[in-house]
Design a protein around this ligand. Structure first.
Ligand code: SF4
Ligand code: SF4
Length: 247
């Protein structure tokens, strides 16, 4: 998946680190400068963890029939391969994961709040990484083996139909076939492991930042190459979004 971080291409690793540190410092300054405009007390602004995420400019359009057909081709190919593996009772490795292992907390409530915060970040970003989903939606043979094992009674056609049933008529132009205006239209059970667990560098900035009993807050700011734009203060503890700006 592409999370937009590759837009900045400094020549050396040291340059990249300096560029990242400078951008992060700008993001922190920006957070305190704009807090009041978002109804956030200046004194509290530092409690909103900075997360620099990309932003997708894509617009919604009608999904061409050819793209839906291409998805069906991918699904049938992967179902056939998965069925062969199931029949042979062969071993298959786990689906490839591109994210850090999930952090486990003592508190379910904190886990849930952090999960909601990450989802808010993805909504603010408008699914930049999902633009790479194309007509395959990261579906793999391993994905199909997992889904078949969970739904043993499904025939191959039923499995493909289940997937095709989640394709919307309108999707983000040139994005994933399941990328709707409000996020992914495919059920979590049918998504690939990558789709369910991927986190870009921006979302990883939130990991390990929250303690029990403290509000779960983030300042999501969009990075575009070496520039910052927009910004959104989000607090999950009080289940509200204070405001946003794009531009
Ligand atoms: S993981 Fe979320 S925030 Fe990061 S690029 Fe993907 S949609 Fe955007
Ligand atoms: S299936 Fe959903 S989560 Fe996966 S790339 Fe497509 S829109 Fe994104």
């Amino acid at each position: 998946m592409n999370d937009g971080d590759s837009d900045a291409t400094p020549r050396t690793l040291r340059d990249a680190r300096h560029a990242h540190a400078a951008l992060l410092a700008s993001a922190h300054s920006r957070r305190s400068e704009v807090a009041a405009h978002h109804g956030v007390l200046h004194a509290e602004s530092a409690s909103y963890v900075v997360a620099m995420i990309p932003f997708s400019e894509a617009r919604v359009s009608e999904l061409p029939r050819t793209r839906r057909d291409a998805l069906e081709g991918v699904l049938r190919q992967n179902v056939a391969a998965a069925r062969a593996i199931m029949h042979a009772d062969a071993e298959i490795g786990p689906e490839t994961l591109l994210s850090a292992p999930l952090v486990m907390h003592d508190s379910d409530a904190l886990q849930h709040a952090e999960s909601e915060l990450r989802a808010a970040g993805c909504a603010a970003c408008r699914g930049h990484c999902c633009m790479a989903g194309g007509n395959h939606a990261f579906n793999r043979v391993e994905t199909m083996v997992r889904v078949m094992r969970a739904n043993g009674a499904w025939s191959d056609d039923e499995l493909v139909d289940a997937y095709l049933g989640f394709v919307a008529e309108h999707t983000m132009t040139d994005g994933c076939v399941y990328q709707g205006a409000q996020g992914c239209t495919l059920s979590r059970e049918l998504r690939s492991e990558i789709c369910n667990r991927y986190e870009c560098n921006g979302l990883r900035m939130l990991r390990g930042q929250f303690d029990e009993g403290q509000p779960v807050r983030a300042y999501f700011v969009h990075r575009e190459g070496g520039e910052l734009r927009g910004g959104e203060f989000v607090e999950i503890a009080r289940s509200r979004t204070c405001g946003s700006e794009i531009g």
